[in-house]
Design a protein around this ligand. Structure first.
Ligand code: OGA
Ligand code: MN
Length: 296
């Protein structure tokens, strides 16, 4: 029997009794979807699965993204991406700096993401302690705690999100070797408008859907006011009380809800401390079930 064990903290749960090398029953799948919405992040420990089995599990939740621009794909399954700092014959085998600041996956895309599924195959450790944790923040609670006048002011509004914001932040603040996006690359990922608040498709509650990684401007507001409000929101949503850290164990499968949480990959490990993760990004098409995103 499947067992969902909430962390008792602001978000996160562990699921026991699942073996992802076998097909998940319809009932267990339903329990996992619900647990994900309610807890924001779930960990399914001790899984021994192939890239194909990871993909089979992930694609039950929605269409998988294929990152066309990216070369770090599993050989047999382009929907499975490799995150790693490992080099083979001097060449990186995976994307080495994914998600190293607070963000929401794919909020820069017209079609947003629902969930990201990561499978930890090599986890760096130092003195027996895991490194390279992934942090999460709870956007249900962050919304609930906003001042009432701000909830009213921002209700029904949209904000502009831009892929280039995160890219440039990585380049300027993190000493990343990423080159600037070319005009052609930028044209392929034009800025999009997203609701500032939206109704979560699983919990039915309102969440704050703005993030420092991609959100540029609240639409229809003068720049100074928008800058002030966004600065407030970014500080508010990342308060310690909304956050947890997932300390990885080898063979964890973790899955997070990109509608109800923000996340950050902590880069506290060196080039010789190896990390290897397989990843499937699940789009929100199935969880929204054809419904447009609801502005709250
Ligand atoms: C991602 C991401 C976090 C991590 O894959 O989108 O942010 O800890 N990864 O690898
Ligand atoms: Mn991410």
């Amino acid at each position: 029997m499947l067992n969902v064990i909430p962390s008792g903290d602001i978000l996160g749960a562990r699921i026991e009794g699942l073996d992802l090398s076998k097909p998940v029953s319809a009932e267990d799948h339903r329990v996992v979807v619900q647990a994900l919405g309610e807890n924001g992040m779930i960990c399914i420990p001790d899984q021994h699965i192939s890239a194909g089995e990871l993909k089979a599990f992930a694609q039950r939740f929605g269409t998988l993204e294929i990152n066309v621009a990216n070369s770090f794909m599993d050989e047999d399954h382009p929907e499975v991406m490799i995150l790693s700092n490992i080099k083979k014959d001097g060449k990186p085998i995976g994307l080495s700096d994914a998600g190293q600041d607070w963000h929401t996956d794919m909020s820069y895309s017209k079609d947003i993401a629902f969930a990201n599924v990561l499978y930890g195959l090599e986890i760096p450790t130092r003195d027996g302690e895991p490194l390279g944790c992934t942090e999460f923040a709870n956007m249900h609670q962050a919304y609930d705690d906003l001042p009432e006048e701000l909830k009213t002011k921002l209700a029904g509004r949209t904000a502009t999100h831009d892929f280039n914001k995160f890219w440039e932040k990585m380049r300027s603040e993190k000493g990343s070797s990423r080159p600037a996006l070319t005009p052609e690359q930028r044209a392929k990922k034009p800025p999009v408008l997203q609701p500032v608040f939206l109704t979560h498709p699983i919990t039915g509650r309102t969440v704050l859907y703005a993030n420092p990684g991609y959100t540029m401007q609240i639409d229809g507001m003068d720049t100074q006011e928008s800058d002030e409000i966004l600065a407030f929101l970014f500080k508010h949503q990342l308060q310690e009380k909304y956050r947890i850290k997932h300390m990885w164990k080898k063979f964890d499968v973790i899955m997070w809800d990109n509608i109800g949480t923000l996340h950050n990959a902590v880069a506290d490990y060196g080039p010789d401390e190896h990390r290897l993760i397989k990843r499937c990004q699940v789009m929100a098409d199935k969880v929204l079930d054809g419904a447009a995103l609801q502005l709250a």
